[in-house]
Design a protein around this ligand. Structure first.
Ligand code: SF4
Length: 63
């Protein structure tokens, strides 16, 4: 089972880094928050890298 990411919108500042790294998983919308568009797509990228690179540590994983 791939890990399912969660974004804490209180922390997310919409920088777009997660979307650049994992465009099938994250989408930053006009409200400058990252949305999870592909919760099961962490196998297409490195979601852990996105979590590690997020400047506000807004990305965590379920389970
Ligand atoms: S990398 Fe972090 S702060 Fe930047 S858009 Fe993604 S969740 Fe938000």
């Amino acid at each position: 089972m791939p890990k399912k990411p969660i974004v804490d919108w209180d922390l997310c500042e919409g920088c777009g880094t997660c979307q650049e790294l994992c465009p099938e998983v994250f989408e930053v919308r006009d409200d400058e928050k990252a949305y999870i568009i592909g919760p099961d797509k962490c196998n297409t990228c490195d979601c852990q890298e996105a979590a590690d690179t997020c400047p506000t540590q807004a990305i965590t994983f379920e389970g």
